[in-house]
Design a protein around this ligand. Structure first.
Ligand SMILES: CC(C)(COP(=O)(O)OP(=O)(O)OC[C@H]1O[C@@H](n2cnc3c(N)ncnc32)[C@H](O)[C@@H]1OP(=O)(O)O)[C@@H](O)C(=O)NCCC(=O)NCCS
Length: 197
């Protein structure tokens, strides 16, 4: 199999956006979870803003994720993690997650990083990175974040409990608990220059 490269995306990767959206939609259908709505333009903007990570096998799409901030940049999430079925079980999502996590830590070192997930693989990776399970009260109260749950089939549970409980597990990485710890990877100099621009 061709070697898989994981890199911080840029505008040149916009040609993969439709494939990414189709792969996310197909995976959500299989899992029966519903889906947070993301447009072509939204993902393309993430790429242009140095907020997205893509995995490629040659020129074939292998995986993707991006970062976004909430609540006035006090919180950040790594979102939309997807690995194409042809490339699963090879450690690709772990490589992507290490890179999105490093991007988030580098860009907003004081922000808390959180995750709302029902995925076992994601919970395992979050735990390895130092996230701990928390109640929803410890997550952002940014309405825009919670609107992302509208497309999920379980949103009635979230609404019925006044946003206190749902099927997903909330997990939080608090930078104050990890002072001085190195990031999982080092970002290439070219990426650091794009971030600082
Ligand atoms: C979840 C997903 C991203 C995993 O991608 P992947 O590249 O196959 O995962 P990796 O090979 O990098 O595995 C990462 C870790 O998760 C574990 N893992 C992978 N799939 C798992 C599963 N279905 N159940 C439990 N653990 C799993 C691996 O053992 C590995 O742990 P380790 O480092 O301790 O060995 C991929 O299956 C996918 O895209 N699924 C559909 C979309 C989705 O569920 N996204 C997450 C939304 S919350």
């Amino acid at each position: 199999m061709e070697e898989i490269t994981v890199l911080v995306a840029d505008a040149s990767h916009e040609k993969y956006v439709d494939t990414i959206l189709e792969t996310i939609a197909a995976a959500a259908k299989v899992r029966g979870t519903g889906i947070a709505k993301r447009t072509h333009e939204y993902l393309a903007t993430k790429m242009r803003e140095t907020k997205a990570v893509i995995a490629l096998a040659g020129d074939r799409f292998a995986g993707f994720s991006y970062i976004e901030t909430w609540g006035n940049k006090h919180y950040v999430t790594t979102s939309g993690l997807i690995v194409h079925p042809d490339f699963r079980g090879l450690g690709v999502s772990k490589r992507i997650k290490d890179m999105t996590f490093t991007l988030a830590r580098t860009r907003w070192p004081k922000a808390k990083i959180f995750s709302l997930t029902s995925g076992a693989a994601v919970m395992k990776m979050n735990t390895q990175l130092g996230y701990v399970p928390v109640t929803f009260a410890d997550l952002t109260d940014d309405e825009a974040f919670w609107r992302g749950c509208e497309g999920c089939i379980n949103v009635d549970v979230l609404k019925r409990t006044g946003r206190k409980y749902c099927i997903c597990t909330g997990m939080l990485y608090d930078p104050d608990e990890h002072e001085g710890e190195p990031t999982p990877i080092e970002l290439p100099g070219e990426v650091m220059r794009r971030i600082r621009k």
